[in-house]
Design a binder for this molecule. Structure first.
Ligand code: ARG
Length: 460
């Protein structure tokens, strides 16, 4: 018979049971549920709401359930709908009436709000740790390629010379912001919903500060309706995870391009690539493709919970049981992608020769040529036009700017001197871009140092 059998004349229909039960996925919350119940029981005892003997029995019973679950000795049942009722039923079966007193001054609404919040809170340090590890890998790789000239792109057209180190550090900066977004989320979510009851608090003399403190929250949530109603912390987490995955996906896209024969800027380690079942020559960047593909799932998880929540009147509605699967999926996906991605980046071989070759074509020193004329006194807009004419002429003849003789250069402007070749030499073009944030070695050294400091400061 159901918990609420007292009020009902009929058994629940089997299909309804199937639809209603969440134990298949919320059993993941067993530890948070038991920890939360222990804090609740102690508080009930301390406030004189249940006896200390009952508290002792409850704590012992819950501890034994926890151990049995971890040892794989417990089978949850859909007859008890969810993790909360499963644990309560197990407890009552083990300790009798004391077990039935645990739910005094509590509802599953504040219980599930608490469990889920604690679960989300616990996952954040894991993801942050994985991001910091990825940043460390990026720093290690970047240190080796500070002088490696590669074409920087806009519109996927060769644009200006950068170094491979600077390119990697761009991603490291994005991942730093992902870290702080997650840390912000952890700060904001750290208020305790327990004690909100079903929605309207309780007439028992409970101490919400005691349970909040015992469960490591900064404070109890201030409004009991809000306590059981909102899932903004889960949405905030998934927003941060969506942005994180967007960053990883862009990086993946580049890895995929760089692995192609058209670029061949990098080669993936055999352990992080896959072959084809028919084409013997293939070495495919499946890891990067899967990360790119899984980004869609994480966006979908976010959209799914946003949509569940958007029309719900206060306070709790059963729709909200749909909150867990997307959040679990988003967390699992990110936690699976990050370490593999880091390992793939850490083990790749970088083909600086091909990067340099690509940098040599595409006139990525054209801006420097215009800047040369500008520094000699020509207004920049004119210098830009002159250089454009040179590029057009070179393109027609299959030449680069460096191939032009001083006479040919002088023919378009008297300002060209022999030192122009220094000015448009790619290594110089990159080395001289020492403005704050630029690709010059002095700057990438600073950037790498800053990321390393960030990683240290955020490692717990
Ligand atoms: N399994 C439910 C959930 O995940 C627990 C809360 C049930 N509350 C209720 N009033 N039916 O949301």
């Amino acid at each position: 018979m159901k918990l609420w059998g007292g009020r009902f004349q009929k058994e629940t229909d089997n299909l309804v049971n199937e639809l209603n039960a969440s134990i298949s996925f919320d059993q993941r919350l067993y530890r948070e549920d038991i920890t939360g119940s222990m804090a609740h029981a102690k508080m009930l005892g301390a406030c004189g709401i249940i006896s200390m003997e009952d508290v002792a029995a409850i704590l012992e019973g819950l501890q034994s359930i926890l151990e049995d679950v971890e040892a794989g000795k417990v089978e949850f049942t859909a007859d008890n709908e969810d993790i909360h009722m499963n644990v309560e039923a197990l407890l009552t079966a083990r300790i009798g009436d004391a077990g039935k007193r645990l739910h005094t001054a509590r509802s599953r609404n504040d219980q599930v709000a608490l469990d889920f919040r604690m679960y989300v809170r616990e996952q954040i340090p894991t993801i942050v740790g994985q991001l910091l590890e990825l940043e460390t890998v990026l720093c290690k790789q970047a240190k080796q390629y500070q002088s490696a000239v590669m074409p920087g792109y806009t519109h996927l057209q060769r644009a200006q010379p950068i170094s491979f180190a600077q390119h990697l550090m761009a991603y490291a900066s994005m991942f730093s912001r992902d870290v702080t977004r997650l840390e912000d989320c952890a700060k904001r979510l750290n208020e305790c919903p327990l004690g909100s009851g079903a929605l309207a608090g309780t007439t028992y003399p409970i101490d919400r500060w005691q349970t909040a403190k015992a469960l490591d929250f900064d404070a109890p949530m201030s409004n009991s309706l809000d306590g059981v109603s909102d899932r903004d912390y889960a949405l905030e987490l998934m927003s941060a995870l969506s942005i994180l995955m967007m960053h990883l996906s862009r990086f993946s896209e580049e890895v995929i391009l760089w692995c192609s024969w058209e670029f061949k800027f990098i080669e993936l380690d055999d352990a992080y690539a896959t072959g084809s079942s028919i084409m013997p020559q293939k070495k495919n960047p499946d890891v990067a493709e899967l990360v790119r593909g899984k980004t869609g799932r994480v966006y979908g998880d976010l959209m799914s919970l946003l949509t569940v929540m958007k029309g719900l009147p206060l306070a709790y509605n059963k729709d909200m049981q749909e909150d867990k699967e997307p959040v679990f999926d988003a967390i699992d996906t990110v936690e699976m992608c990050l370490p593999v991605f880091a390992a793939m980046i850490g083990t790749m071989t970088v083909r600086t020769d091909n990067m340099r070759k690509a940098a040599g074509k595409g006139f990525i020193n054209a801006t420097d040529c215009a800047d040369y004329l500008t520094k000699k006194g020509m207004p920049f807009r004119d210098a830009y036009t002159v250089t454009g004419k040179l590029v057009a002429a070179c393109t027609a003849q299959g030449q680069t700017l460096e191939d032009l003789t001083l006479e040919e250069l002088k023919a378009v402007s008297e300002l060209f001197e022999a030192d122009v070749y220094e000015a448009i030499n790619l290594e110089n073009c990159m080395a001289l871009r020492s403005s704050y944030g630029g690709p010059a070695v002095s700057e990438t050294t600073r950037q790498i140092g800053a990321i390393e400091d960030f990683v240290k400061a955020h490692t717990k």
